[in-house]
Design a binder for this molecule. Structure first.
Ligand SMILES: *[C@@H]1O[C@H](CO)[C@@H](O)[C@H](O)[C@H]1NC(C)=O
Ligand SMILES: *[C@@H]1O[C@H](CO)[C@@H](O)[C@H](O)[C@H]1NC(C)=O
Ligand SMILES: *[C@@H]1O[C@H](CO)[C@@H](O)[C@H](O)[C@H]1NC(C)=O
Length: 318
């Protein structure tokens, strides 16, 4: 099938699905309008996988250097957990004033596309339901309106449903919460940790995981530009400065902002397998960075262990 006919086939599948299916779609409002509270959240029915032909897999080029090569993410067999009823379904994304927009929307873009072929649902969880702005409530920004989007929280920390996966994004607001000694997100993470199949953080979201104590004895990484500030939180954490993302048991952490997209791709690649994720990423028209061990921004922000001579491959389509 050509790309075009694949897309048409998808639209056909899509239109019959859309009538009874709510995808993992957040509601967003631009700027500073007050949109009120969210609408109802529905169960996502089992959706038929949409069929895509194989595109020739392109291997990323190898590095020349003294560091670890990229593991072959696509070499894993299709996971046996797939469609056994044990795969994670219920995804929660934490929101707080001053989240970084892409920390939230990058991973949710993948989740949204994935939910068209895979049963996944989404809860957007904050201190209160309703709109949560990306505008950091920082003294430095008093009276200054940033071009900050708002996203609607569907649940609170008190009434969020059972979650299989929880993601904590970063942003300036996370640093402000830490400065205020606000532990609401940390407490939520701590309380839900035992039931979670997976806990993920993007960027400064790792601060909350560190404060919650769930990174103790684990590998973790975070935003490169704020490395020394962020890594003072928590104890006994094996911070990996040059990682694009880390995986340790059920905890995944990524570097800053756009790295959350790369980690989310690798995460779902592990759960659902390379074919589904290749389709998702190609339909997003995004080439993920597939080497967890090397983040080029470790050189830009000169974190410990950064080697300027390393030149990362340019990400290529899957
Ligand atoms: C998502 O699915 C889980 C498991 O079926 C359920 O407990 C949860 O309430 C659902 N969440 C939403 C937002 O629909
Ligand atoms: C936060 O806690 C630290 C350490 O206990 C304290 O020094 C600081 O004043 C607290 N900040 C606020 C805003 O309460
Ligand atoms: C680090 O986090 C800050 C605040 O969220 C963000 O502005 C910056 O772009 C991030 N840096 C990197 C390298 O991702």
């Amino acid at each position: 099938m050509t790309r075009r006919s694949r897309w048409q086939a998808f639209l056909l599948v899509g239109s019959s699905l859309m009538s009874n299916m709510v995808t993992a779609a957040p509601q967003m409002y631009p700027g500073r309008m007050d949109p009120g509270v969210s609408g109802p959240v529905h169960e996502v029915p089992q959706a038929p996988a949409y069929n895509q032909d194989n595109m020739a897999a392109q291997k990323p080029s190898q590095y020349n250097g003294d560091y670890m090569p990229a593991p072959e993410l696509n070499s894993q067999a299709e996971p046996s957990a797939l469609r056994t009823g044990k795969e994670p379904v219920s995804f929660g994304m934490v929101l707080f004033p001053g989240y970084e927009p892409l920390d939230v929307m990058g991973p949710l873009q993948i989740l949204f596309r994935l939910s068209m072929s895979t049963p996944i649902n989404l809860s957007l969880i904050a201190a209160q339901t309703g709109s949560v702005s990306a505008q950091p409530p920082a003294a430095e920004l008093q009276g200054m309106a940033l071009a900050a989007p708002q996203i609607i929280a569907t649940h609170t920390f008190a009434n969020a449903p059972k979650l299989d996966m929880l993601m904590v994004p970063g942003g300036w607001g996370m640093l402000l919460l830490a400065d205020k000694n606000d532990t609401s997100i940390d407490q939520f993470v701590q309380a839900r940790f035992p039931e979670l199949q997976y806990l993920l953080s993007v960027c400064t979201g790792a601060i909350s995981l560190a404060k919650a104590g769930v990174l103790k004895g684990k590998k973790a990484t975070t935003n490169k530009s704020g490395w020394s500030i962020i890594t003072k939180y928590g104890e006994g954490i094996n911070w990996v400065p040059t990682a694009r993302w880390t995986e340790d048991g059920k905890v995944w952490t990524s570097s800053g902002v756009a790295a959350g997209i790369d980690m989310t791709y690798a995460f779902f690649n592990k759960i659902y397998g390379p074919q589904i994720m290749k389709d998702v990423m190609n339909d997003m028209e995004y080439a993920p960075h597939t080497n967890p061990n090397y983040d080029p921004f470790s050189v830009v922000f000169n974190v410990p262990g950064a080697v300027a001579s390393r030149t990362d491959e340019c990400p290529q389509p899957l």
